[in-house]
Design a protein around this ligand. Structure first.
Ligand code: NAG
Ligand code: NAG
Ligand code: NAG
Ligand code: NAG
Length: 351
């Protein structure tokens, strides 16, 4: 409780900081590109044939435009980061760039997607990380056309923030479903984490080659502490599932090693790791809407709880807007080195 009170105070403090930026109207970076899964998807899955899409109420109940495909009641963590950077508009989905300025960034994130191509495909189509990076290549060439040369495009792309939040589905919608995916029989948990980080590193290098220099890698949340995992695998009804949390820890520690390596090896690039698992935000067990037990998403048009801000989770898998805000604030301006390594997003975009 003491810890939570402290977090909320920090939220207040950083809101004031943000307001100063917003009033000044000077963004810290000209652009923000977002890669990931349902934690960051803002509508890319709406047109795909998949169970992993949520362009219906009660999703978006606290979002000005209503349901957009965001897997929460309001803004995602990536949206809050966009605002904290001082950018005027939220970043639009790659799948619908009508009337948007691609120079300010594009969001490629796709619900159910993972680092591995096959991840999440039992739920339907998705844009895997590989596909997201391919889509970014298309956007980068459109930016070169707009700015008149590849050099100018590179200079522009060098200045952007690259927000990367992916990996959970490689466990939830792959490794932990041995009946449908072979990865558990192919890899031990240690090997699997190493393989994921290896595949991730190939895509990060590809982004670097297209001009990306400032990377915020978002660590995995504690997978064993989502209400869905607790209800499926929890032994005592309330405790987090330790085996799943061990997967997150393995992944995160390999990711931290990668951050160190790339900060040494990739000239001119800066990588940071946001330790989402360390940013505690409330009680795991409660969520706000009535869900489909199979996939943990809110039932279409079900009536959610009244006070969304009181809940850590909106559905049985995805954080509420309030949680996203607290996580984003702590990632942007970190009160503790345990949250952001080796620096926070504010420092990353200031150097
Ligand atoms: C695309 O985005 C525009 C502007 O945000 C919106 O008005 C329109 O409904 C969207 N189209 C689809 C197919 O989602
Ligand atoms: C993943 O898919 C891409 C095409 O979308 C393909 O080029 C690549 O080889 C695949 N990777 C693996 C490991 O199968
Ligand atoms: C369940 O709770 C009991 C009592 O707190 C504890 O001894 C036991 O280890 C728990 N089991 C699991 C699987 O967490
Ligand atoms: C839009 C898109 O890229 N969909 C892909 C999602 O995943 C399936 C299964 O791997 C692919 O076949 C689709 O092409």
């Amino acid at each position: 409780m003491g810890c939570e009170t402290k977090l909320w105070l920090e939220v207040l403090f950083f809101s004031v900081t943000c307001m100063q930026f917003c009033v000044l109207g000077v963004p810290q970076v000209p652009c923000h590109f977002i890669f990931g899964d349902s934690l960051s998807d803002c509508g890319n899955n709406n047109g795909l044939s998949t169970k992993a899409k949520v362009n219906y109420l009660p999703y978006g109940i606290d979002f000005p435009a209503g349901p957009t495909g965001r897997f929460t009641n309001g803004l995602t963590e990536a949206d809050f980061i966009t605002q904290l950077l001082g950018l005027k508009n939220l970043i639009p989905p790659f799948a619908n760039l009508s009337s948007s300025d691609i120079l300010e960034g594009v969001n490629y994130a796709s619900g159910s997607a993972g680092i591995r191509n096959e991840t999440g495909t039992r739920l339907g189509e998705n844009f895997s990380l590989v596909k997201q990076v391919q889509n970014h290549r298309v956007i980068a060439s459109q930016i070169a056309t707009k700015l008149g040369s590849i050099d100018k495009a590179q200079q522009h792309l060098n200045k952007c923030l690259y927000y990367m939040n992916i990996g959970s589905n490689d466990y939830i919608n792959n490794y932990e479903q041995p009946d449908y995916y072979p990865s558990q029989s192919l890899f031990t948990p240690e090997q699997y984490a190493a393989v994921l980080i290896q595949q991730y590193s190939v895509q990060l290098r590809a982004l670097y080659a297209i001009g990306a220099r400032r990377f915020a890698l978002i660590g995995m949340m504690r997978l064993g502490c989502t209400p869905r995992e607790i209800s499926i695998h929890g032994k005592n009804g309330t405790l987090c599932v330790e085996e799943d949390n061990d997967y997150s820890l393995l992944f995160n520690s390999n990711l931290r090693t990668l951050v160190d390596r790339f900060n040494r090896e990739l000239f001119g690039a800066k990588f940071i790791l946001i330790n989402t698992a360390a940013i505690a935000t409330g009680d795991e067990n409660y969520y706000c809407c009535k869900v489909d037990d199979k996939i943990g998403l809110c039932l279409p048009n079900s009536v959610p709880c009244n006070d969304r801000s009181q809940f850590k989770f909106f559905d049985a898998v995805h954080p509420s807007e309030k949680t996203n805000q607290v996580t984003a604030m702590n990632a942007y301006k970190s009160p503790s080195p345990a949250y952001a390594y080796p620096m926070d997003i504010n420092q990353l975009v200031s150097i």
